[in-house]
Design a protein around this ligand. Structure first.
Ligand SMILES: Cc1cc2nc3c(=O)[nH]c(=O)nc-3n(C[C@H](O)[C@H](O)[C@H](O)COP(=O)(O)O)c2cc1C
Length: 216
């Protein structure tokens, strides 16, 4: 059974676009924002390790401070909500322990019963040959969460703009992320489009199906 029609799904995905100009006066209702947070939280990650965090920047002064480090993009200050997606800089046995405790508690099982799974996950984490490789893997997981959030926003009729046009090192500095063992990679501005954002009317430009899908 479908919970949404194919037509409604594609309709919303066509409706969404990378919003360039937000209406600064319109705020996302709290219940809607809570649902968007849950959507990002429910994103899948390899081994369920969730090697990331999402920083919700509510302080207006901080958002002002981030804008010059974001190609001066207006979404940083004008959108209703602003989220910074950051990878964890330490992915080690302590983090594996943490996720195992979460899993044992969520499923109401003894931690010991997870030992075979934990062995596999620990082995995987120990298997990285460099910090760079670990970082790259963590970044891939983080982008998944961003994708889920963007899709969820579209389905709830909330506008969004993913922003990679940021200076991650400056974001870390302004938000004090290093002390939290986090490193910013991209941001997502959320809210409602300004009536005069001409980008909203631009036709979707996507590769033809034949360029993207390979049926074997
Ligand atoms: C990871 C990522 C980073 C992006 N960074 C920016 C950005 O910094 N500023 C911006 O205006 N759009 C940004 N975009 C939006 C893309 O340019 C846009 O998604 C693409 O051109 C397709 O257009 P559409 O999303 O409006 O359909 C980004 C998109 C992604 C997925």
């Amino acid at each position: 059974m479908h919970t949404i029609t194919e037509q409604a799904l594609i309709g919303q995905l066509n409706w969404r676009y990378a919003t360039k100009k937000f209406d600064p006066a319109r705020k996302i209702p709290e219940a809607t924002f809570q649902a968007l947070m849950q959507a990002a939280r429910l994103a899948p990650s390899s081994y369920g390790l969730q090697p990331y965090a999402v920083v919700i920047v509510t302080d207006g002064a901080l958002r002002q401070a981030l804008r010059p480090h974001s190609w001066n993009q207006s979404q940083v200050t004008d959108a209703s909500h602003f989220m910074v997606f950051a990878v964890r800089t330490e992915l080690d046995q302590a983090w594996v322990d943490h996720t195992m405790r979460v899993m044992a508690s969520a499923r109401g099982v003894e931690r010991a019963s997870l030992a075979p799974w934990e062995g596999m996950v620990s082995g995987f984490v120990k298997g990285f040959t460099s910090e760079a490789a670990k970082h790259e893997w963590s970044a891939k997981q983080l982008y998944m969460a961003g994708g889920v959030l963007l899709t969820a926003a579209a389905l709830l009729g909330v506008d969004a703009c993913p922003l990679e046009g940021i200076d991650p090192a400056k974001y870390d500095q302004v938000l004090g992320l290093e002390a939290r063992r986090l490193h910013a990679l991209f941001a997502v501005a959320l809210g409602y489009r300004a009536a005069d954002d001409k980008h909203a009317r631009a036709a979707k430009a996507r590769l033809p199906e034949g360029d993207m899908f390979v049926r074997l």
